[in-house]
Design a protein around this ligand. Structure first.
Ligand code: SAM
Length: 291
């Protein structure tokens, strides 16, 4: 337990899918002026160096954000849906450089309006200190609460948010197999308290029973609560037996109607830009509940 450090994976293809989806969800919800509460249940360190430390060892950003930017620099068309994500990454870097990658807390913090609030959970004893330090540097820090607590059991206590408008990112490391079960319980409890909240769940696509079952388990919960959903996966390579993560997914409960089109625009370009050896493919499905 607690060997996972997100710095190893910062700027990977999985981060791209997750953060691009997150930005769109936030932008849609911010079309209305009402205050918004965002909860990032698994925050990590907040922002990462791509030049040194874990990210430099793993080099996952090489096949992620660096590859995407090279694709763009080569003159390939980048749809608006990806451009906004790239701008978000560029905004934490000096012009023309890419040595820093914003994790979900910094992406959300950058987009906070004065009326919005951000709640971050992190359990790792080292990551929480780094996260607190990083958040403390931000001008928006007064709008952000950081909790060194188990978010699976604490999430329900924050719901519903005072304004009844909320976005919850659930991005566990799944290093504990029980995370799959904790996730289901947390979602069930959250929907009972705040059925109309938008919940974005990231998961790794792995040859493991729990991972393969996750989307169907979520669909069952949505059916029981009469909730709409959107399910997407991005595979960048198909190399069975290789240990590196080759695909990941997002399952969004109560997605905005615009999300499907947004991802439909982005996924073909992401497949082209990030695909290795012709193994890229994507999935995009949704279901609208009739209430
Ligand atoms: N959301 C981050 C991003 O996109 O930049 C990455 C988060 S990383 C995948 C997952 C983090 O969750 C790790 O830093 C881990 O220490 C933390 N974590 C694991 N279990 C947790 C729990 N029950 N409650 C809160 N944080 C937890």
């Amino acid at each position: 337990m607690f060997s996972y450090r997100h710095a190893f994976h910062a700027g990977s293809h999985a981060d791209i899918l997750k953060h691009l989806t997150l930005i769109h969800l936030l932008e849609y919800l911010q079309e209305k002026p009402g205050a918004l509460t965002m909860v990032d249940t698994h925050a990590g360190a907040g922002i990462y160096s791509l030049e040194d430390g874990f990210a430099a060892v793993s080099k996952e950003a090489e096949s992620g954000i660096f590859r995407l930017l090279k694709f763009k620099e080569a003159g390939n068309a980048i749809p608006e849906s990806i451009q906004k994500y790239i701008e978000c990454v560029e905004s934490v870097n000096a012009e023309g450089e890419l040595n820093t990658y914003p994790g979900s807390p910094f992406i959300l913090a950058q987009l906070l309006r004065p009326q919005d609030r951000l709640k971050l959970f992190e359990l790792h004893p080292k990551e929480i200190d780094i996260l607190r330090h990083n958040i403390g540097q931000l001008k928006q820090s007064k709008q952000i609460d950081v909790y060194a607590e188990d978010s699976f059991s604490r999430l329900k206590g924050l719901l519903p948010p005072p304004s009844r408008r909320g976005l919850v990112l659930i991005d566990p490391s799944y290093e504990d197999k029980q995370d799959y079960r904790y996730l289901e319980t947390a979602i069930e409890e959250a929907l009972l308290r705040f059925a109309t909240g938008c919940y974005a769940i990231w998961y790794p696509v792995l040859p493991r029973r729990e991972s393969a079952a996750l989307p169907d388990r979520m669909k069952k919960i949505c059916a029981a609560h009469k909730r709409s959903w959107l399910h997407t996966e991005l595979r960048v390579e198909n190399a069975p037996g290789e240990r590196r993560l080759q695909a990941s997914g997002m399952f969004v409960i109560n997605p905005p109607w615009t999300l499907e089109k947004h991802l439909a625009d982005a996924l073909p370009t992401l497949s082209k830009a990030l695909g290795i050896g012709g193994g890229a493919q994507y999935l995009l499905k949704s279901f609208e509940a009739k209430n």
